[in-house]
Design a protein around this ligand. Structure first.
Ligand code: UDX
Ligand code: ADP
Length: 458
């Protein structure tokens, strides 16, 4: 088949995989190839069980695979034939040297740029999908355009706003698609080519165009604002626990003000995920490097509050269990950073499991999708941690149960059965406020939720 355009995506992860699957579904006239250096990951994309759990994704992949969607490890060949290259490689927080702990580690990005240059016989459009510090496109342009082949590359920013667990719905019906480019004639031409891809299914008014720096910065700022809302309501949850106010009622009351809005006001054990903390720290580092200390401090406090909220949850467990959890079995229901994903990156459950293991508790980790990854995350905890996919078995003989991920199935558990199998007195800590606390208290549990007055039988 003759395809109108050949699109390559470098990086077959949580961003590259779903995004390209959706483009393939919506643009049958384009050939989409997704490459990755991780051979096992590519084999999984080509096999019966795709490497990430994302509702609805498997079906899209199955429909498009080997029609106009291809997964391969041959990065060089992919680059050679592509007209447009999306780059969705990981940009973790730098762990060494200048900016360690805050700045983005751009080594994978730079390697990719050099590889693109080495394998290109014609100029191409390069699209940043990974979240990058503002002005990264400039560095990429320098590497790509300082070539002696006379080739010209346009570097665009098209940040991804999908959230895990709802990736397919977010991609199918995005609030907006943002495409930033240089405002030169070549830049605007390249911008139009990327607009044309999304215009296959996204209403034109939802495709926002901007300069490349605004697009890069908007991704960091969107995540910073979302995370800030969670930290703001979490800060208020602590105050509610002291004052007999109920954080759910407060969130509802303020969220009905259309200027505030109802979303992202769910108090929780803390936010996790690969983006929020990393992107805010990245923003903080950029502000610091421009001498904007107050701005940097303002945003850093969002991350600090989040770390505090997670530690506070561990403290609540410890103090309610009579200040010692040593040798006590504590079941953690949920390990993923949110429901409907197996992803555990920056999951608050990691902090909670580690905090309890430090106190020598016997931690039992349960999750419908994330147990394999949890075993990797916690492998150094040795005998302080066990893993059990079945929530009922996880709770057997436990002194306490803590809900850490808002999986739907946890709402429907048979809590009479759980209570009967636990040690008395039984404690329940709802880190996601998904359960009926009064009903559980009436059954006999001592219930501690986020931002609510504890319901204790003592
Ligand atoms: C986020 C952004 O939403 C998305 O646009 C961006 O592309 C990537 O980063 P994601 O990390 O997948 O997406 O998940 P998100 O739904 O934003 O949740 C992040 C964390 O905040 C989760 O741990 C979630 O449980 C927590 N959260 C969210 C709350 O604790 N309370 C809320 O009200 C909302
Ligand atoms: P994200 O959540 O941003 O998608 P992931 O870590 O899930 O992040 O995916 C990034 C992918 O990029 C990984 O599968 C990794 O192997 C891949 N990757 C990193 N560097 C390169 C590279 N130079 N060439 C090809 N793939 C790469």
């Amino acid at each position: 088949m003759n395809f109108k355009k050949k699109i390559l995506c470098i990086g077959a992860g949580y961003v590259g995989g779903p995004t390209m699957a959706m483009i393939a579904r919506k643009c049958p006239d384009y050939k989409i190839t997704v490459v990755d250096i991780n051979a096992a990951r590519i084999a999984a994309w080509n096999g019966p069980e795709i490497p990430i759990y994302e509702p609805g994704l498997e079906e899209v992949v199955r429909q498009q695979r080997n029609k106009n969607l291809f997964f391969s490890t041959d990065v060089d060949a992919g680059i050679r034939e592509a007209d447009i290259i999306f780059v969705a490689v990981n940009t973790p927080t730098k762990s060494f040297g200048e900016g360690a702990g805050k700045a983005a580690d751009l080594q994978y990005w730079e390697k990719t740029a050099r590889q693109i240059l080495a394998n290109s016989g014609k100029g191409k459009i390069i699209v940043e999908k990974s979240t990058l510090p503002v002005r990264t496109a400039e560095a990429m342009e320098r590497i790509l355009n300082s070539n002696d082949k006379g080739l010209h590359f346009e570097v665009l920013s098209n940040p991804e706003f999908l959230a895990e667990g709802t990736a397919i719905a977010d991609l199918e019906n995005p609030d907006r698609v943002l495409i930033g480019s240089r405002e030169t004639p070549e830049g605007l031409k390249a911008r139009q080519e990327v607009v044309d891809i999304y215009a296959h299914w996204v209403p034109r008014k939802n495709i926002i165009e901007s300069n490349v720096w605004s697009a890069e910065l908007s991704k960091l700022v969107a995540n910073a604002f979302l995370a800030q809302r969670v930290s703001s309501i979490n800060s208020i949850s602590a105050l509610c626990e002291k004052t007999e106010a109920d954080v759910g009622e407060v969130a509802y009351a303020i969220g009905t003000d259309s200027r505030i809005g109802p979303k992202f006001l769910k108090a929780s054990v803390g936010f996790g995920g690969s983006c929020f903390q990393k992107d805010i720290l990245n923003l903080v580092y950029i502000c610091q490097s421009y001498g904007l200390t107050e701005v940097a401090d303002y945003w850093e406090s969002v991350v600090k509050l989040n770390q505090w909220q997670q530690q506070r949850f561990v403290q609540t467990i410890l103090s309610s269990l009579f200040n010692t959890v040593a040798g006590k079995r504590i079941a953690l229901l949920g390990f993923a950073f949110k429901a409907d994903t197996g992803d555990t990156r920056e999951s608050p459950a990691i902090t909670v499991a580690r905090g309890l293991a430090e106190e020598h508790a016997q931690v039992v980790v349960s999750d419908p999708k994330a147990v394999p990854q949890a075993k990797i995350d916690l492998k150094d905890l040795g005998t302080f941690v066990e893993f059990e996919v079945d929530p009922y078995k996880a709770c057997e003989g436990a002194h306490a149960v803590a809900i850490l991920t808002e999986w739907k199935q946890y709402k429907d558990l048979d809590f009479d059965r759980i209570l009967a199998s636990m040690q008395a007195p039984a404690f329940l800590f709802d880190g996601r406020n998904i359960l009926d606390h009064k009903a559980l208290f009436d059954k006999g549990f001592n219930v501690f939720a986020i931002g609510k007055t504890p319901l204790s039988h003592f």
